[in-house]
Design a protein around this ligand. Structure first.
Ligand code: G4P
Length: 193
């Protein structure tokens, strides 16, 4: 997605070896016009797929997932990272290890929001090692629902997330694919959408 790549080039900051800071339009302040384009791009791709829900994980996945769900006219569910006092029963959970943050967290979705009739599109902001998406898939499959595909805003293709998900039989579609960071600049490879 050209508009997204241009924004990453102009507003993204490369931090250290492998981190891209995109807090001016995606992970902190959110550019709603860009999110709308992102949502419409995913929705266009999956409009014939019979998607019933879009699933993401808090916090930064929520913006692109919400605009995608709106464009597909389906609900959006975000997995929670901490236990909410109102989530008292019927919770589906998975353990997610973050290599970036080096912590394991439990993510959860209330059982009542997923059913075996659901066809799910997962949307997330970053794909690094694929552990967040893997946890979401685990939860969705516990509910007997089907994961149609995983839609990613920014894939860091030099990490093994795509491989992990594809080897588990899932389709990954990314709007921007980062091949490498070179002299503080982002070098892209051909994106999926
Ligand atoms: P994985 O899910 O693909 O295995 O990724 P990993 O555990 O390595 O990433 C953990 C968190 O760090 C995720 O956010 C992910 O979105 C974020 N992240 C990974 N690489 C980058 C990067 O290059 N830049 C930025 N800005 N974020 C990155 P999270 O823990 O779910 O937190 P949040 O959504 O609440 O911010």
């Amino acid at each position: 997605m050209q508009l997204l790549e241009e924004r990453i080039q102009t507003a993204g900051q490369v931090l250290g070896e492998n981190i891209l800071k995109v807090d001016s339009f995606l992970t902190h302040q959110v550019d709603t016009n860009l999110m709308k384009e992102i949502g419409q791009t995913f929705a266009q791709t999956f409009k014939e797929a019979g998607i019933t829900k879009v699933v993401t994980i808090e916090a930064s996945g929520i913006a692109p997932a919400l605009y995608t769900a709106e464009a597909l006219e389906v609900p959006m569910i975000f997995a929670k990272k901490s236990k909410n006092i109102t989530m008292t029963e019927g919770i589906l959970t998975a353990q997610v290890y973050s290599f970036t943050k080096q912590v394991t967290s439990q993510v959860s979705i209330a059982e009542k929001f997923l059913s075996s009739d659901d066809k799910i599109l997962i949307v997330d902001d970053f794909l690094a090692n694929g552990q967040a998406a893997k946890g979401l898939i685990e939860i969705i499959e516990q509910a007997g629902a089907k994961v149609e595909a995983v839609g990613i805003v920014i894939e860091k293709s030099f990490q093994d997330g795509r491989q992990v998900l594809e080897e588990a039989g899932h389709q990954v579609l990314s709007l921007a694919r980062i091949d490498r960071f070179q002299d503080g600049q982002v070098v892209f490879r051909q994106a999926d959408l």
